[in-house]
Ligand binder design. Structure first.
Ligand code: FES
Length: 355
């Protein structure tokens, strides 16, 4: 049931002193599988020092770029990022799972939507794809992007964003927030925090006229902004958030423990196939339980962040311990993160084909 495809890397481009973007050559036969919507990510898999290591990276290319590209930033001690940036070269092949995720708002070419995005660090990658696609495909859309970094040299896609701003003035407003702004180049110095949000909403953005707020960065920033926006009267449905964190990704789960307590039967539907396995009712998670039964479910972070393991419960019930990836609407519709869930009824069906 593995959904990985070995794709060739046909270009590696340095983006900053600590990041690079990788472009994949997608063969004709896989074009449909790798069609993406802005805001989605790819899960990459590699064997590093004998271990199966997976990471999810957001697609940074826009719909009209005609390419599939992700960006990787070096993380201190990060197993995958350091291996990828030090080892991979054009022509290499790497296992890649088709695009997943639902961070991007639905396209609205006929409307005059207003978008306000807050991105910090490598959180810009999905936001760049969304913003560039919106500006190209929605002729009356207006975008405000507030982008936080330490310094100019570590600001990913600086030139691409300036080019977007130039080409789409006055529909695009770009504000750089730099916390270590030695040369005074920033539009604002400091961090993206609650006072900055309050100031922006007081002076430059009428929150009531914004259709979509996009938040992408570390958990503290995302939560602070979400709370702030709700306090300013923004509807929860107008806020789309994606967490960018490295913590769970560098920890691979231990193999599933043997099922010694009460167990349930889990039916999994994926790619039109039906299989089943046994999982504990008192803990563990569905990804590990399936793996112990020889069934591979899609996963990457195993931390409730990336949504690679997103599926829908169509029968029975599960308990989901953490969720940093699914919206309230998705949860209400029955979607779960398999890496964070265990059954609480003896019969459960999870459907990976549900949309
Ligand atoms: S594998 Fe990332 S949320 Fe489950």
């Amino acid at each position: 049931m593995s959904n990985f495809h070995a794709l060739a890397i046909d270009e590696i481009r340095a983006e900053t002193i600590d990041s690079a973007s990788l472009r994949f050559a997608v063969p004709e036969a896989l074009r449909a599988d790798f069609a993406f919507t802005p805001g989605q990510h790819l899960t990459l898999r590699a064997t590093i020092d004998g271990a199966d290591v997976r990471r999810s990276y957001s697609i940074c290319s826009a719909l009209d770029d005609g390419e599939l590209r992700i960006a990787i930033r070096r993380v201190a001690g990060g197993r995958f990022s350091n291996w990828a940036l030090d080892t991979l070269k054009p022509g290499d092949r790497i296992d890649v799972m088709p695009p997943a995720g639902s961070f991007g708002p639905p396209p609205a070419p006929e409307r005059a939507c207003r978008y306000v995005a807050f991105a910090a660090g490598s959180g810009i990658t999905p936001v760049l794809s969304i913003v560039a696609s919106v500006l190209a495909r929605e002729p009356r859309a207006e975008v405000t992007l507030v982008y936080g970094n330490r310094r100019r040299e570590t600001t990913m896609f600086h030139a691409a964003l300036e080019d977007l701003r130039r080409r789409h003035q006055p529909r695009m407003t770009l504000l750089h927030v730099l916390s270590g702004d030695a040369d005074g180049m920033a539009d604002m110095a400091g961090r993206i925090d609650r006072p900055r949000l309050d100031a922006l909403l007081a002076a430059a953005v009428d929150a009531r006229r914004v259709d979509h707020f996009l938040l992408c960065g570390p958990g503290t920033m995302v939560e602070t902004l979400r709370e702030g926006l709700l306090a300013h009267g923004v509807a929860a449905a107008a806020i789309r958030a994606e967490l960018f964190t490295t913590a769970p990704a560098d920890t691979q789960s231990a193999p599933a423990a043997a099922a010694t307590g009460p167990v349930g039967r889990v039916v999994v539907l994926r790619d039109g196939a039906r299989r089943d396995f046994v999982a504990r009712l008192d803990g563990g998670n569905l990804v590990d339980a399936a793996e112990a039964a020889g069934i591979e479910l899609p996963y990457s972070c195993k931390g409730g962040v990336c949504a690679t393991c997103r599926c829908k419960v169509t029968a029975g019930r599960v308990e989901m311990l953490q969720n940093f990836a699914l919206s309230d609407d998705e949860v209400a519709a029955g979607f779960i993160l398999a890496c964070q869930s265990h059954p609480i009824t003896t019969e459960v069906t999870i459907d990976f084909d549900a949309t």
